[in-house]
Design a protein around this ligand. Structure first.
Ligand code: SF4
Length: 464
């Protein structure tokens, strides 16, 4: 599998073939697929929280195979990631896909005395991997967002991933070709050179129903799609599942994608079916492929892949805007002015704060003054100035740099709130501060400072 190791901008259309993280692999290793070169990808805890680690699974495959290892930040911190990078390097792994990851099945929200589950953000993981060196780093991107704020938030975060050093992009699994085309237009418009791969999967009725029933984060399956699949099943046209997948792969090739990430096609007989259809259709041009795609999905208007919208966009409320301006003024006066910094340094350098009672009183005062207003959880490294005064701790995953891919029409993957990053994106537009959400890479909070006063930490850090 030589292609993925070639200079990336040079490589031919490539199939990133997902293999299962198992101790013994029965499926044959594909060196090429329908004439396209392949590389192996090993996903991180997709089926359960206890799946075998992809790095460990990679040891079951020959060193001569080009492998891409996924690392999801769910339930992990930056120290886990550093250890992973060291091991990956020792194992001669070159290609990484760095994700924040969907909600951990055993997620703890911090109640009942159990520690809250933390998620290492993909942006921070990319920064750490690039600093470590020698890795070819990929990031995930979900272009299948259908309301303004959640879509803006996704693209703003993609800017940050690029700034952090991402080398390539793999999209979320999805079937809306217009959304995939929009992602390409975005890269072109912003002169990004990074290659983009589309994630595809043969979509059967069983899989579609499973994803809808289990609300698999970030994947859009519309009622129209379910109807088409159900009708086909009824009349025995299940081969259409593989025909469509082959057509989607070939459309991606014509559209200039660097390749595709092929998920859930592990059985040799399924691979053969897909391969045969790719060979059967590969002489067709893009127009023909698009007609076939529309025919098989029974597309009339082009909106069949779009979920039912109850809103497309609405502006930030005046309360949110006023709150932003008030907090911004306070922040500038207390934390950014020269006099305040000098005074703060003077106060917090005092030995008085070595007294644990004084230290705890300070922490409590900070929590009382900020918790009700912004949702502060005493992270010790206040990031409000970079997040438009919307506390990252109010995101169940604690993400500061932007959203995960799991929103549904602005709603959080956890289902109990609006995604804070949609709120931020909307507010940023209203107050003319979109640049902050696009440019400011927010470092991860070191474990050792969680639960300490961010005021004290801030002023002491200004000394440097
Ligand atoms: S608030 Fe947004 S980023 Fe955070 S978990 Fe929910 S959907 Fe994901």
């Amino acid at each position: 599998m030589p292609s993925f190791s070639q200079p990336f901008h040079n490589h031919p259309f490539t199939i990133l073939f997902e293999y299962l993280c198992v101790t013994t692999n029965e499926a044959p290793i594909r060196q090429e697929f329908a004439g396209f070169p392949t590389a192996m990808t090993l996903a991180d805890r997709v089926h359960s929280d206890d799946d075998m680690a992809p790095l460990k699974a990679s040891y079951n495959y020959s060193n001569s195979i080009d492998k891409m290892i996924h690392f999801a930040g769910k339930g992990r911190d930056i120290e886990d990631f550093s250890a992973f990078l060291t091991e990956a390097k020792q194992a001669n792994i070159k290609h990484l896909l760095l994700l924040t990851g969907d909600k951990l099945k055993g997620h703890q929200d911090g109640s009942q005395g159990r520690p809250r589950t933390r998620y290492l953000e993909s942006v921070n993981a990319v920064m750490a991997a690039k600093e470590f060196g020698d890795f070819h780093v990929g990031v995930a991107f979900n272009p299948f967002k259908y309301v303004e704020a959640e879509r803006d938030a996704q693209y703003l975060k993609l800017h940050k991933k690029m700034k952090a050093g991402a080398d390539f992009i793999i999209t979320q699994l999805g079937y809306d070709m217009q959304a995939l085309k929009q992602a390409q237009v975005f890269l072109k418009d912003h002169h990004y050179q990074q290659q983009i791969f589309a994630c595809v999967m043969p979509l059967s009725l069983g899989r579609a129903n499973f994803m809808v029933k289990n609300k698999v984060a970030g994947i859009v399956i519309t009622p129209h799609m379910l109807n088409v699949l159900a009708e086909e099943k009824q009349v025995g046209q299940v081969e259409h599942v593989y025909m469509r997948c082959a057509i989607q792969i070939l459309m991606c090739k014509h559209l200039g994608f660097a390749g595709i990430h092929l998920s859930s096609c592990h059985q040799p007989q399924d691979q053969n079916r897909l391969e045969n259809y790719i060979k059967q259709f590969q002489h067709l041009d893009l127009n023909h492929l698009e007609s076939l795609w529309k025919e098989l999905w029974q597309i009339q208007t082009g909106n069949e892949f779009i979920p039912q919208l109850n809103h497309y966009s609405y502006p930030a409320t005046s309360t949110q805007i006023i709150k932003y301006h008030q907090l911004h003024l306070m922040h500038e006066a207390i934390f950014d002015s020269k006099i305040a910094c000098q005074l703060g340094r003077f106060v917090f350098k005092s030995k008085f704060w070595n007294n644990s009672f004084a230290d705890q009183a300070l922490l409590k005062s900070e929590w009382i003054s900020k918790h009700r207003i912004v949702g502060c959880e005493s992270c010790g490294q206040c990031r409000l100035g970079d997040t438009l005064y919307i506390c990252p701790e109010t995101c169940p995953k604690g993400l500061a740099n932007g959203p995960c891919g799991g929103t549904t029409l602005d709603r959080c993957e956890f289902g109990d709130r609006e995604c804070i990053h949609s709120v931020k994106a909307r507010l940023a537009k209203a107050v003319g501060e979109t640049e902050i959400l696009r440019e400011n890479l927010i470092p991860t909070v070191p474990l050792e400072i969680r639960g300490s006063s961010s005021w004290k930490n801030w002023f002491l850090a200004t000394e440097a």
